[in-house]
Design a protein around this ligand. Sequence first.
Ligand code: LLP
Length: 441
Amino acid sequence: MTLAELIPSLRTWLPTRLDERIWPDRTTALPDGDITVGGVSLAHLAETFDTPGYVVDAATVRARCRAYRAALPDAEIAYAGKAFLCREMAALVADEGLSLDVCSAGELATALAAGVPARRILLHGNAKPDRELRAALTAGVGRVVLDSLGEIDRLGALATRRQDVLVRVTPGVDGHTHRAVTTGVDDQKFGFPLGHAAEAVEHVRRQPRLELAGLHCHIGSQITDVGVYEEAVRRLVAFMAEIALRHGTCPRQLNIGGGHAVAYRSGDAEFDLHGLAARIGRVLAFECRKHGLAVPRLTLEPGRAIAARAGLTLYRVVTVKRGTRTFVAVDGGFADNPRPALYGASYEVRLLGRASTAPGAPVTVVGRHCEAGDVLVPDAVLPADVRAGDLLVVPCTGAYHHCMASNYNMVARPPVVAISDGAARPWVRRETEEDLLRRDS
Ligand code: LLP
């Protein structure tokens, strides 16, 4: 507990460390209203790079990668690039010793352009077109995760040399998360339900160039319960035993996907990485012993848990409408963060760059896009004197924000500015209207 937390009145004249469960490591609120990350002023970043803008703290990304590697030293950690990818991010996670999960030709091209060794790349997707499969084969990706019988046949026909593959199995385990990101149960589009997975394995075995390296499952995203991973391991090891019995060989890898929840607001539940680390190896060893199998190597694919807390978004207030409700409208919104509209996601928001002694007031922070549903934070509390020109900062936007940004209303996408070693540098520049017109004939 900090001194300022013990004696709240000190807050106005002492720097305060912000909650490291939702802010980047070493984020400090200063008495003048500025906030620094790794010593870099966010208000200064807003002035230099303009708003709206995403900021990512490289040190926090590195720390998250290291936390995973330290907690599970024998497992392969593959960063799920769909959470946030650009060349610098791909190079950084590779430098931290992680593998990379990509799910499109675009993510693959980004990883390769960053110099990520192809053998450390896994290609995912429930509907990979031939051109994507061809790109993966040409690059020599380490593993392709197979999702349908047709895809097994297509990949087998396209491969000109041996290719390691994983079969994606739906273990019938419910992660109790948002419907849009529930993938462990049978009635959704991904993978082979356990009842059909044996047929998929047969198909792979009929393809002379495909080598069944292992099984894959991904239960869903923003999961808080470690127990569902244990149950998935039990079911997949039982299926591995079936494969071993029928074919005399057993896959060597078991990929249990990602999905580890992060806190978006102080007090939100988050995933217990150390709990998982303590329990998953034990369950795996026990189940393998029970079935007389060699223990396969585990792979985990965290995306959000690596990137989310490293990122934040800076906005400028364009207008404040006071009526029965106070609407604080900012210069971004739905196009840079569709998550509130898609999943009912909740965020915190803070005034940045100005010290205010006004009491907190309930406000609705809305975006600038042309629909009433463009609400960023419906239940925010900001100083009652919040006004046009103020800066706001929303934490925990490092995952599934930049990558989900759109050009809705022909609004150019914000840059990603990285903080590294006490300096800031754009990893992705701001899009311009010229960029938007470039594709338009
Ligand atoms: N592995 C596979 C096969 C996946 O499909 C995903 C995420 C991950 C790993 C990483 O999951 P994570 O650790 O990041 O939860 N747009 C949604 C999230 C979609 C997740 C899709 N798959 C959101 O904004 O919450």
